[in-house]
Write a protein that binds this ligand. Structure first.
Ligand code: A2P
Length: 269
């Protein structure tokens, strides 16, 4: 064995559709984000998801749907995830380190895309927990800012420590070299918590139904002619929000039949 081969990096196990983790950021005991290499062939629309995962104990891929949190022009891919102690995938995924391989199927899909919305003036991004991930992609897409005069982000988490991933991203937008100049004063951000005191409290649903968000931001109520919405959260959240949007006269769109709002379920392990 030559000296060169003795110091070469440890061999990476051969995985189907392998990509390499490039960075990992832990936000709380149960939230983390990571970046990985991007397959050269992967093209996606902001808001779409892909299947990612690790090799299971049985040698078979253990995959889950994850919204891509990075914009479509980024050289790498970014994901934002919960850590579930006994979750089949996230109990292991939370321990990944830069240099580790992950599996990424390069077939993006999803309904949370601008193409599934009719033209409008205001775009609402309504998220709970890690449901902010697809909006991290959409907010950095120039098309979002070209298509809408105003973008309102409502993000609700249980605790204050769960907000920084979204807040940091939003605070960085005006300084973004690609989209900063488009953002201007178009962006309204309404983060809330439900189980810990913070500047703004309450569920997205309650703040819409009571009219509090409109009063706080000084904007008119929902109007199906003007408003479009993109929704991403837990199943219960998505169902409750749909009811509110339908009552306001907005209807669900799809790629084949664009309308006033679209919905995606946030990843749950
Ligand atoms: P709450 O603390 O009142 O349950 P979770 O971690 O359970 O997914 O919740 C994330 C955030 O979403 C929490 O702030 C939670 O509020 C809120 N939430 C959960 N279910 C709903 C729902 N059906 N409608 C509106 N908000 C919800």
């Amino acid at each position: 064995m030559t000296e060169h081969s003795a110091i070469s990096p440890k061999p990476i196990p051969t995985l189907p559709d392998a990509q390499t983790v490039t960075s990992v950021t832990h936000y709380t005991d149960h939230l983390f984000a990571f970046r990985c290499t991007r397959p050269r062939s992967l093209r996606f629309r902001s808001g779409e998801f892909v299947m990612i995962g690790l090799l299971g104990e049985n040698g078979k891929p253990l995959l889950r749907a994850y919204s891509i949190a990075s914009p479509s022009w980024d050289e790498e891919l970014e994901f934002y995830s919960i850590k579930v102690p006994d979750g089949p995938l996230t109990s292991r995924l939370q321990h990944i380190q830069p240099g580790d391989p992950i599996i990424l199927r390069p077939k993006p899909v999803g309904t949370l895309v601008l193409d599934a919305l009719l033209p409008g003036r205001r775009l609402w991004m309504l998220a709970t927990g890690t449901g902010i991930a697809p909006f991290a992609s959409l907010l950095r897409d120039p098309e979002t800012w070209e298509k809408f005069d105003q973008v309102i982000v409502m993000h609700t988490c249980r605790e204050v420590a769960e907000l920084p991933y979204g807040r940091d991203l939003i605070e960085a937008l005006p300084h973004d070299p690609l989209i900063g100049e488009f953002v201007g004063d178009k962006l309204l951000y309404y983060p809330t918590t439900t189980r810990e005191q913070s500047a703004q409290m309450g569920r997205v649903t309650d703040n819409l139904s009571s009219g509090k968000v409109f009063a706080d931001l000084g904007i008119p109520p929902l109007d199906p002619v003007v408003d479009r919405a993109m929704v991403c959260g837990s199943l219960a959240f998505n169902l409750d929000i749909k009811k509110i949007l339908e009552e306001a006269g907005l209807h669900e769109g799809a790629n084949s039949a664009p309308a006033q709002y679209v919905v995606e379920k946030a990843f749950v392990d």
